[in-house]
Design a protein around this ligand. Structure first.
Ligand code: G16
Length: 539
């Protein structure tokens, strides 16, 4: 049976031959590179997803997206049955299969089926989604061809253009028989908007909170979903949606990554706009807030500020409701030093540091009853343990505990399956409303240490290896020692470097007491990386 399926796959693969011998790895968020290199990878991912589905006897998700990357890139992420990222051992298998020469495919598929004990009689079930990139429909077809090569009548639910978080949501709802929500896009929008409206109640204006918001849709799927959401919110929140297309300019001078890295406003948002703005990224899993003050100065509230807003509010609600649940936070090395200080010293909330990649943060957040995890780039969510969900719901339903009822409301607004810009946005708005805060009051919770992110193009970014949650360099030899000397010159200086898992660059992070010093520190470290890896530095 295994060899029969392998023969079918080899036959179908003739329409998706491996025309490039560039090695393509499973990076921070799946396979990601230039779209025109990905046809054979997509076909093989389709094969892997169908086999994985048979093995786990559940629906698997496949999302075609390169998220924050430019339009010409594309990629694919695989989602396991509980909505979590693909199991690491299968990342390795998928990478092996994606990079095999065509004539080795058969042998490798047979060995995968036999070694993993895959029950071939189970019907494959795969849920597929894609972002708005022009290359996505053809790459999606390659995935579907791969799924069908394994089994012609596989169950394929092709949802077309959806956000990455919606794909995760659909996988969870499909596998749990609809307990988490209705497994449709409308079900997702209805669930979140209903929960938000319940939290806000009758009066959508409170204290200094104004229910008006600009959403920067990054010219991508975030704009598509926001349009649906705006209708469903029914004026509870008045939204002015900008950067809604046309196709081909995804993330161009807009979106969460642009705002975070360039530390400036996106296109079509200006200093006289007078409102707070939420920027989404290309697949709507990241969120960054921004505003201009009375003097016209730009301010950015990134993933750290969002995490602290959630952590502070949940901490407060836990105290008020007298529920004995352990709250914790998870960050990466990119977290601003001030945010970690605020969490540990002011809120007394424990903070775990993991390597970059939401899969690591998600895992670490499961250690707490309520685990708030965010990367500084705006990618994150809050996890509630089974015990937390039960404790909160019990307290809320017994009556008279307003804080527990509010916490219960957040259980429905938050998409715990993965970082979700739309759900996070509604969470932020609900908290600001609850506190009666303007964005400025939120911003003054703590002051960020000035920082700078740089990219260095090098011949081989994998020359750089790291340890200690990416905070120390192991190779190239001598780089960490050079960095230690440079960092010591700057007051409050901190810097680290790591190879990107989504772009062909080495990333450099620097923070110091002033912006000028952070910029200088970043440049000096980038120059050292460039010299030791023979590359060139660019912003
Ligand atoms: C992905 C990952 C994030 C990661 C980001 C950048 O985000 O999901 O966890 O922070 O890539 O990764 P790197 O620095 O390795 O390039 P997205 O939104 O692009 O899918």
């Amino acid at each position: 049976m295994a060899s029969k399926i392998a023969a079918r796959i080899v036959e179908a693969a003739k329409a998706h031959t491996r025309r490039v011998d560039k090695y393509i790895g499973y990076g921070t968020a799946g396979f990601r590179t230039k779209a025109d290199l990905l046809d054979h990878v997509m076909f093989r991912v389709g094969v892997v997803s169908a086999l994985r589905s048979k093995m786990v006897k559940a629906s698997i998700g496949v999302m075609i997206t390169a998220s924050h990357n430019p339009e010409e890139d594309n990629g694919v992420k695989l989602v396991d049955p509980l909505g979590e990222m693909l199991e690491p051992a299968w990342e390795v298998l998928a990478t092996e299969i994606a990079n095999l020469p065509d004539d080795k495919l058969s042998e490798s598929i047979v060995s995968l089926i036999e070694k993993s004990n895959i029950d071939l009689s189970t019907r494959s079930s795969v849920i597929v989604g894609r972002d708005t990139r022009q290359s996505s429909p053809a790459l999606c077809q390659a995935v579907i061809d791969g799924i069908k090569a394994v089994e012609e009548d596989s169950e394929i639910a092709d949802f077309g253009i959806i956000s990455t978080p919606i794909l995760h949501y659909l996988v969870v709802c499909t596998n749990d028989g609809g307990k988490y929500g209705d497994p449709t896009v409308d079900g997702y929008v209805a669930k979140l908007s209903r929960a938000f409206r319940t939290l806000i109640g009758e009066d959508n204006k409170r204290g200094n909170y104004e229910p008006t918001l600009i959403i920067d849709g990054a010219n991508g799927v975030g704009a598509v979903i926001s349009e649906k959401l705006i209708k469903a919110l029914d004026k509870t929140l008045a939204v002015n949606l900008v950067n809604v297309g046309p196709p081909g300019i995804l993330n161009h001078d807009c979106g969460a990554d642009y705002v975070k890295v360039q530390q400036r406003e996106p296109l079509n948002v200006s200093s006289d706009c007078g409102a707070r703005c939420a920027s989404l990224d290309g697949d709507a899993d990241r969120l960054i807030y921004l505003y201009f003050d009375e003097a016209g100065m730009f301010h950015m509230l990134d993933g750290d500020k969002i995490a602290l807003l959630f952590a502070e509010h949940f901490n407060d609600l836990l105290k008020k409701s007298q529920l004995n649940l352990k709250l914790g936070m998870v960050q990466t090395a990119y977290a601003n030093g001030s945010s970690t200080n605020y969490a540990t010293k002011v809120l007394n909330v424990p903070v775990t540091c993991t390597p970059t990649g939401v899969k690591f943060l998600h895992h670490a957040a499961q250690e707490f009853d309520i685990g708030v995890y965010f990367e500084a780039n705006g990618h994150g969510t809050t996890l509630f343990s089974e015990n937390a969900v039960k404790t909160i719901k019990d307290a809320a339903s017994s009556g008279g505990n307003a804080a527990a009822q509010e916490l219960a409301g957040f259980l429905n607004v938050i998409n715990s399956t993965v970082g979700d810009a739309i759900s996070d946005l509604l969470g932020v708005e609900a908290i600001l409303h609850s506190k009666g805060w303007s964005i400025k009051e939120w911003d003054t919770m703590y002051q960020d240490l000035p920082n700078r992110l740089l990219k260095v193009s090098v011949a081989d970014r994998n020359l750089v290896t790291t340890t200690d949650a990416e905070r120390r360099v192991v190779t190239p030899e001598g780089l960490q020692e050079r960095m230690d000397i440079i960092v010591a010159k700057f007051k409050d200086g901190r810097s680290f470097v790591r190879p990107s898992g989504t772009e062909d660059v080495v990333r450099v992070y620097a923070e110091a007491d002033t912006q000028e010093h952070a910029d200088e520190l970043g440049k000096e470290v980038a120059a050292a990386v460039s010299e030791l890896c023979s590359g060139n530095c660019k912003l």
